[in-house]
Design a protein around this ligand. Sequence first.
Ligand code: NAD
Length: 500
Amino acid sequence: MIRNISHFVGGSLLTPDAGRFSDVFDPSTGAVQARVPLATAAEVEAVIANAEAAQPAWAATNPQKRARVLMRFVDLVNRDMVELARLLSSEHGKTFDDAKGDVQRGLEVIEFCIGAPHLLKGEYSTGAGSGIDVYSMRQPLGVVAGITPFNFPAMIPLWKIGPAIAAGNAFVLKPSERDPSVPVRLAELFVEAGLPAGILNVVHGDKEAVDALLTDDRIKAVGFVGSTPIAEYIYTTAIAHGKRAQCFGGAKNHMVVMPDADLDQVADALIGAGYGSAGERCMAISVAVPVGEETADALAAKLTERVAQLRVGPALADGFDYGPLVSAAAVERVSDYIQQGVDAGATLLADGRGFSVEGHEGGFYLGPTLFDHVTCDMSIYREEVFGPVLVIARAADYEEALAMASDHEFGNGVAIFTRDGDAARDFTARVNVGMVGVNVPIPVPIAYFTFGGWKKSGFGDLNQHGTDAFRFYTKTKTVTSRWPAHGVREGVSFVIPTMH
Ligand code: NAD
């Protein structure tokens, strides 16, 4: 029987019996397993009203007590980790262990947000003038919204929910309609942890629901993660409606391989970072840039050997390196890119098309694909493929490799593999990309640093998680206070006060 997925509004599940719905698949079998309601603008407005009514009391709750809700939430998620990871795998298609990582990386940001009482402290200067003290305070914005992608259905919602609610805001999440169940479970766990009803709401939907959030005056900030064209649309629409916005988009992450690097370490790192989660990670490495022909030839041989050994199968079965893609459309899109690479003259070292898993013939599988001799004008180099496709784009020297990563329109992540500290230091200083790994293939910063790409990978001026998140979800109020001695009069002044 096809399950109906619910919205989560005002602390309870809400299951509409009419309206528009979208199918939710099990990518491992290709079968429809549930249907998710797509909210109307009027339904979204009702959710916002609910959040707005609940927010002032939550903002007035002292930050230590708010943080305790997050503490209890961490325990509850750990209690239910297996259930959450299984649910996540069954809708996304990533392996069970990788799904646990998805939940865990989200949880690490919640752990950071438990420090909210400290992170929300303002500044204080005494004696700025005679009897004058100046201090600042961080206040919540009110009701804020998050619109999140399919590829991290636990981690990215938690990156946004954690700092927003710890800072005293109410939150409306519009998760991906392709794997919507885990965000609802997380909202239920927040309420079980003691979060008041209405502070965290999950509303499913498509463009209609998103546009309702973007144009409603009661929404004060929008955090988005997804593909670049939608990120750009959300950013421009949100700011045109007077909101704060931070919108993170697509990626094309390069790994520069210097001639002195240990090529076995490099090949292992590339296989994990290129094909893990079927390449459906914004921090996946999709371009290997070996420096020099000798490095390139040796690397291509090592990768070809390892690609042949990759095991692809159902998300929840044991012993597979990666599972299916999220949808049949994704398989078609990635297969089309592979054909474009072939047509453009790249060397196809491994072709993942036409891959199927016995007993799961309807699943959305693609085998690992590897290209060599890819050049910067090819679509498989310029565009985000978002699948298990790794390309080798050879560079003649270090400067060319650095320029390739720096000049690409995306600027999310990049890595350099080398034993040469001088080269690594120069690279980290000069490369025009937001997150850099040195002998680390997927440099997703830990929770207490910030996460954000540059160029077409990020719109807005503050990053996700870390201290930036608390800046994004609060506004700063600055108070100048004066307590003149009783009875002292200084007369009227018509001149702007200065420190002269
Ligand atoms: P997507 O852009 O299709 O969807 C993201 C969200 O936007 C979803 O909630 C979706 O319902 C909504 N949406 C889609 N079309 C819309 C429209 N026309 N109007 C309004 N809302 C719309 O992205 P996706 O396929 O779910 O996720 C994959 C993409 O996300 C990749 O490009 C990946 O690189 C990117 N991503 C980026 C980061 C990052 O931090 N930079 C992290 C994860 C994923």
